[in-house]
Design a protein around this ligand. Structure first.
Ligand code: SF4
Length: 405
């Protein structure tokens, strides 16, 4: 059973040591920059960072920079209560006079538009297009613009954590599964160019339990800023959060084995109406199947003329798959919102009318990912197995004369 946390006793040293290191790092590096920028996704690590930095400035424990900007990365895919929580914190930040900007991917790069409009299959561990498209690239574009406006380097603060036991080998973990870390934060750390900013991860050494303690216990206290962070901790399991160690990410993240965050959320009576969103993960799994995909069935070559390793690879979603997926997602959203109306709860907006129009436009224009034309066979169509050493394994039911090699 988890030991009761007491700010003043046994755990104090650990938490305070971590806090002290954070203060020291912000003091040591912060004073060299007029402008600090915080990359905030609305997830637990970066929310802890935003609220802690503002608290430390307001309480005089670190000097205030001349300018502070918070960049909120809106992926449109966050679990709704996390988004609602971010909205509340954003209001608190603005009431304090802090500049908060929302950063979002351009229309064609948004998760559903990229998938159903262009036909790119749901992301996977071997083809993780989502993090760059919906999180990293929009943030990098805004950071470059900010640098162009002043021509001066700024300090980028990220919520990257490695935990106490992490090896200090200079390599920043980019995985979204490690120690419940927040997807995207590590990428911000490595992708932001050193020419425009220097980067600091003030919570690098924080353990996940300290993040939860800050969000659920300390940050909501008046003397620490009365932050509305308890909701964030609650939706990730409240008292159980440390054990669940849920990763902060998108609804139905296809890279996670289970939709742990959403599973916790829908057990809370207040958010039970979001239960149909659990079907998104099933939809992504379905879309990976050959019947919804195109396949290369001719020999594939590399640019130097040698045979590619990736013979017979499956590729984009067929037009039928995209239409089926769009219909399914709209139905899921409609079911949630009908229930929201009946229960007088906040509606969700994971896909909006502009995105639907753009998806339909791209489908009408017969849009395919680079290297595909749509004329390829369907993934479940019988095909001749080709190997990158030039051999083929023919089908017993196809006459050799019919095989094109
Ligand atoms: S949480 Fe999952 S779906 Fe979202 S950007 Fe990260 S890896 Fe992609």
């Amino acid at each position: 059973m988890r030991q009761q946390l007491n700010f003043f006793e046994s755990q104090r040293t650990t938490f305070n040591e971590q806090l002290e290191l954070t203060i020291q790092s912000l003091k040591a590096y912060g004073e060299k920059y007029d402008h600090w920028v915080i990359a905030w996704s609305g997830g637990k690590d970066s929310t802890a960072l935003v609220t802690l930095v503002v608290y430390l400035i307001e309480s005089g424990q670190i000097p205030a920079p001349k300018k502070l900007t918070v960049l909120f990365a809106d992926t449109r895919m966050e679990i709704p209560p996390l988004f609602f929580s971010a909205q509340g914190i954003m209001k608190q930040l603005r009431e304090r006079g802090i500049r908060v900007e929302t950063v979002m991917a351009p229309m064609d790069d948004r998760f559903f538009v990229y998938m159903m409009g262009r036909g790119v299959p749901p992301p996977s561990n071997t083809f993780r297009w989502c993090t760059p498209k919906i999180k990293v690239e929009p943030m990098m574009a805004r950071l470059r613009e900010m640098h162009q406006q002043t021509g001066k380097k700024f300090l980028l603060l990220t919520g990257v954590r490695q935990g106490e036991s992490a090896k200090r080998d200079g390599r920043i973990a980019m995985s979204c599964g490690k120690d419940g870390a927040e997807c995207g934060q590590g990428w911000y750390q490595v992708s932001a160019s050193d020419d425009i900013c220097d980067k600091l991860a003030p919570l690098l050494h924080w353990r996940v339990c300290s993040v939860w303690d800050w969000l659920s216990l300390f940050a909501p206290m008046e003397r620490h800023g009365s932050w509305k962070t308890a909701l964030l901790a609650d939706v990730y399991g409240g008292e159980e959060a440390e054990e669940i160690n849920a990763r902060t990410g998108c609804i139905g993240c296809p890279l996670a084995s289970k939709d742990k965050g959403l599973m916790v959320v829908i057990k809370i009576a207040e958010y039970n109406y979001l239960a149909p969103l659990m079907e998104l993960k099933k939809l992504y799994r379905e879309l990976k199947k050959p019947r919804w995909r195109k396949r290369k069935t001719e020999w594939q070559y590399k640019s130097d003329g040698s045979l590619s390793k990736n013979q017979n690879r499956m590729g984009p979603l067929t037009m039928e798959a995209r239409k089926m997926a769009l219909y399914t997602i709209l139905k899921i959203q409609q079911r949630v919102n009908l229930q929201a109306k009946a229960e007088n709860k906040p509606r969700i907006d994971i896909i909006n009318i502009h995105e639907v129009i753009r998806i339909n436009e791209l489908i009408a224009k017969n849009t395919w990912p680079r290297g595909w034309t749509g004329k390829e066979e369907k993934g479940d169509f019988p095909f001749i197995q080709r190997f990158n050493d030039g051999n083929v394994q023919s089908d017993l039911f196809i006459k050799p004369s019919e095989i094109s090699i």
